[in-house]
Each structure stands twice: as structure tokens, then as C-alpha cells.
Design a protein around this ligand. Structure first.
Ligand code: IPM
Ligand code: MG
Length: 358
């Protein structure tokens, strides 16, 4: 098979980590008899510099015409002073919206060999954890009505959280389906003690829960969830939550795995075409220094193989190779921890080590 993959390298460490993932994909392709046609597109700061806008029309068209999309990261201090509607982040939100990828899956699993890099106590990490965060990605407060206006005390600004039954239902179904293929537990996270949008969220989730009697279901308030993730992460199987809560909790969960450099993600909608990206940002402080951890992006490529291209075997081969490389003691600086026995290596060498283990 030949696959057309749209590549958005983006800003900061984006190009380095995407290059790593492409090398891994090419190797897998050779080994299993596929080829990839990588087509680069601009978005984020790189697009602002080249064209004046964060998400050129050509990028959207190219992505829609591809089999799938891989994205590095966007943003950086260079573009921080720009107004909200032409910031690099706008490109990411615009792309998710244009592609209709409402379901963002962020697996947070503790690799045994990385337990010492987790900030959690050994008593907690010894139980391990394997969580899938299902984040609603194209609705809620990141897409709601916003603006500035004159209020009774002068200038004020507002953002609105709004969810329709349809939006809640479709993301809820993704979570229940995920749970059916795993440990059959769904925790829906909201703020229903305060927010009306969360109360509707809860009503819809309860209706869905009754359609999946095999799945153990619970509601959890987001403040409690932030605490429970640290106290007892192994209680979670599938978490389903809104765009903003998912954004925040997935960063928290990633840190528990040792580093935000470990977490992959897929974003899917009605079709097989997905957007695959690490959950971390563009890390401008280490860009171009061969220090970035390529693992989250390489694991995102594995998710793409499985979820968009139907290549389970190839996905598994990459995931196993990552584990093997970590078990052999190779670490990028972010996951090196205090241990004197690990071998600290750069982005390029980590990529090569993983390829050798495929
Ligand atoms: C993420 C990021 C983005 C988000 C930003 C860069 C717009 O934090 O993917 O989690 O908030 O979704
Ligand atoms: Mg985020």
C-alpha cells in the first residue's frame, strides 16, 4: 500500500520530532511492504512567517486530500504578542475544526522502566497505570462565543462553554467503545456542581451508560479528578471529558508517566483520516539542539498506523521497539531522572535505537 501523509512540522522542536517519526515510518514501510508519500504543509508560526496567516487554505486542502496527517507542534515566544486570531495556536484549533476531528485520544500509560522518572511515590507507581483520556476536541469553551466589551466596571472579556447533546453523545460513544475494548470502566469528568453545560453533559453520559451495562460508569468532578490522578491513577481506565478539562488533565497525566515527551495522541472524526500529534508543545528552549524526546511523536505514528491505516502489526512493532529501547536504558534528557545507569542520548540517536529494535 502507498499512503499519502500530510506533514505539518510546525515550530520549535516540531521539525526534529516529525523527521524522527518519518524515519521510523519509512523503516516500517520497507520492512512490511508499504510506502509513504510525505507532503509537507505549513501551519502555526512557520506559516505566519511565510504567508502572514497561521493556517493557509492550501494546508487545509492538502490535509483533507491526504490519508492522514502528522503534526509536530506549533507556537513559540516569537509569535506570542500577536492578536488571538492570528496566533499559531489558532492554526491548530482551525485545523481540528476543519478536519472535524472531535475525538482526541490521549493514552497515558506508565512504562515500567520509566517509573523512577515519575514524580509519584514508589507506593503509587508500583501499581502502574494505563489510562486513556478521551477529550472532546472541536467544541466547548475553546470554540465558543468570545469577545471583549464594556461592562459595568469598564473593559471585560468573556469566553463561553457550550455543548450540544449531539456533541456530548458522539464523544461519549467513543469513550464507551474504548472501554469495551479495555477494562470496561468510564469516568466522566465535569463540573456539574457549578456549570449548566456540565449538567447536560452528565445527563447525556448517564443515558449512554445505560446502553452499555457491561461498563462500570462514574461521574467525577474535575477538581477531585485532578487530585485522584495523583493519589491513585490506577483507578482510571477511560476518562471522558470536555475540551478544556481534557487539555489540562492530559498534561497532568503525562507528567505522571515521567515526561510530557512520552504522550501520543490521535484526533479522529467521522472518517478514518486522523490528525496525529504529540500532546506536548514546541519547546522553543531546546529547539534545534538534538535534545527533544521523539517518542511521543513516534508513538503517534504508531497510533496512525493502527487507527487510520489499519496496520495493527506495524503499530505494535513500533510500540514494542520503544519499550525495548527504554528497557535497554536509553533516555532523552527529559526522562533521564537521577539514575546513573541510564544512557542519555539525543533525538537522532533515540530515533535510530528505536528503528534498530523494530
Ligand atoms: C494541546 C495544546 C493545544 C490545546 C494548544 C496549543 C492550542 O495545549 O493540544 O493540548 O489547547 O488543545
Ligand atoms: Mg494542552
Amino acid at each position: 500500500m502507498k499512503y499519502n501523509i500530510a506533514l505539518i512540522k510546525g515550530d520549535g522542536i516540531g521539525p526534529e520530532i516529525i523527521d524522527g517519526a518519518c524515519e521510523v515510518l519509512e523503516f516500517v514501510g520497507k520492512k512490511y511492504g508499504h510506502s509513504f508519500n510525505f507532503v509537507p504543509y505549513l501551519a502555526g508560526g512557520a506559516a505566519i512567517d511565510a504567508t502572514g496567516e497561521p493556517l493557509p487554505e492550501e494546508t487545509i486542502k492538502g490535509c483533507l486530500a491526504s490519508d492522514s496527517i502528522m503534526l509536530g507542534a506549533v507556537g513559540g515566544p516569537k509569535w506570542d504578542a500577536l492578536p488571538g486570531n492570528i496566533r499559531p495556536e489558532k492554526a491548530l484549533l482551525g485545523l481540528r475544526s476543519a478536519l472535524g476531528v472531535y475525538s482526541n485520544i490521549r493514552p497515558a500509560r506508565l512504562f515500567k522502566s520509566l517509573a523512577s522518572a515519575s514524580p509519584l511515590d514508589k507506593k503509587i507507581t508500583s501499581k502502574g497505570f494505563d489510562i486513556v483520556i478521551v477529550r472532546e476536541l472541536t467544541g466547548g469553551i475553546y470554540f465558543g462565543v468570545n469577545g471583549r466589551r464594556e461592562g459595568k466596571d469598564g473593559l471585560e472579556a468573556y469566553d463561553t462553554e457550550c455543548y450540544s447533546v449531539k456533541e456530548i453523545e458522539r464523544i461519549g460513544r467513543v469513550a464507551f467503545k474504548q472501554a469495551m475494548g479495555r477494562r470496561k470502566k468510564v469516568t466522566s469528568i465535569d463540573k456539574a456542581n457549578v456549570l449548566e453545560s456540565s449538567r447536560l453533559w452528565r445527563e447525556v453520559m448517564h443515558r449512554l451508560a445505560s446502553e452499555y451495562p457491561e461498563v462500570e460508569y462514574e461521574d467525577m468532578l474535575v477538581d477531585n479528578a485532578a487530585m485522584q490522578l495523583i493519589k491513585n491513577p490506577s483507578q482510571f481506565d477511560v476518562i471522558v471529558t470536555s475540551n478544556m478539562f481534557g487539555d489540562i488533565l492530559s498534561d497532568e497525566a503525562s507528567q505522571l508517566t515521567g515526561s510530557i515527551g512520552m504522550l501520543a495522541s490521535s484526533s479522529l472524526g467521522a472518517s478514518k483520516r486522523g490528525l496525529y500529534e504529540p500532546i506536548h508543545g514546541s519547546a522553543p528552549d531546546i529547539a534545534g539542539q538534538d535534545k527533544a524526546n521523539p517518542i511521543a511523536t513516534i508513538l503517534s505514528a504508531a497510533m496512525m498506523l493502527r487507527d487510520s491505516l489499519g496496520r495493527k502489526r506495524e503499530a505494535k512493532a513500533i510500540e514494542k521497539a520503544v519499550e525495548k529501547t527504554l528497557r535497554a536504558g536509553y533516555r532523552t534528557p527529559d526522562i533521564a531522572g537521577e539514575s546513573k545507569t541510564v544512557k542519555v542520548i539525543g533525538t537522532k540517536e533515540m530515533t535510530q535505537r528505536i528503528i534498530e529494535n523494530i
